[in-house]
Design a protein around this ligand. Structure first.
Ligand code: SAM
Length: 209
């Protein structure tokens, strides 16, 4: 990563390739994700999403887990080419439901997918682009939006793998309500690393009225 790289250049380049190489879709990581999404989706079991889009899916640990616990049609947006190759090679999503794109420019129609979510992705969107990213996710989601991200009451930037400007924490749930006051909080929670194996992630699920 060079000093002139934007965060998206980094994720599309060697920095993102290294992440793909480190990432593992094992029984353990997929089991952790399956338990987490089972809990989240239990809050909408009377009206489950028929289609789900993950924005920033990487190699698809969450989507692989979702394939085991729902019948929803799965979609992915992912800017890193090696990650997309894995998603296709492992048949996590078919090529026509996989998009080379970013959260700030989603190439899907309004209301195209029932539930749109990010997991550890909004934390990597530069603060000046966040409102656009939220707007796109809200536009594409027909019924639900879900964020699993790192929480901080006050927005902070923290070094990530030795780089500045690549990781930001804030109240991502509160930002949904600030930008779209009409959406309804369905449930929220915290996946504590000690008991879930996940990365100390806060999550917020909202319904569009
Ligand atoms: C920390 S990984 C999380 C991967 C996956 N969501 C998970 O929970 O395992 C961040 C992913 O988001 C992608 N990404 C980074 N910036 C993005 C953006 N602005 N829009 C969409 N995806 C992005 C990266 O390429 C990477 O695959």
């Amino acid at each position: 990563m060079t000093p002139s790289d934007t965060p998206i250049d980094a994720w599309r380049g060697d920095f993102g390739d290294d992440y793909v190489a480190r990432n593992r879709a094992t029984e353990e990581t997929m089991g952790n994700a399956a338990r987490a999404f089972t809990e989240i989706l239990s809050h909408v079991k009377d009206n489950p999403p028929a289609s789900i889009l993950e924005v920033g899916a990487n190699i698809g640990i969450n989507l692989r887990a979702l394939a085991g616990i729902t019948n929803a049609e799965l979609f992915a947006v992912e800017p890193n080419a090696h990650a997309r190759e894995r998603l296709v090679a492992d048949e996590v999503v078919p090529p026509d439901r996989l998009f080379d794109a970013v959260a700030t420019k989603l190439p899907l129609d309004d209301g195209a997918v029932d539930l749109v979510f990010t997991s550890g992705v909004l934390i990597h969107v530069p603060p000046e682009d966040l409102e656009t990213a939220y707007g796109g996710i809200h536009r594409v989601a027909a019924r639900y939006v879900l964020s699993l991200e790192y929480f901080s009451q006050t927005p902070v930037s923290i070094p990530y793998r030795g780089h500045e400007g690549l990781l930001f924490k804030r109240d991502f749930g509160g930002m949904w309500l600030d930008l779209f006051p009409e959406i309804e909080p369905v449930a929220n929670g915290f996946f504590w690393r000690r008991t879930t194996g996940l990365d100390d992630l806060n999550w917020w699920l909202f319904r569009k009225p």
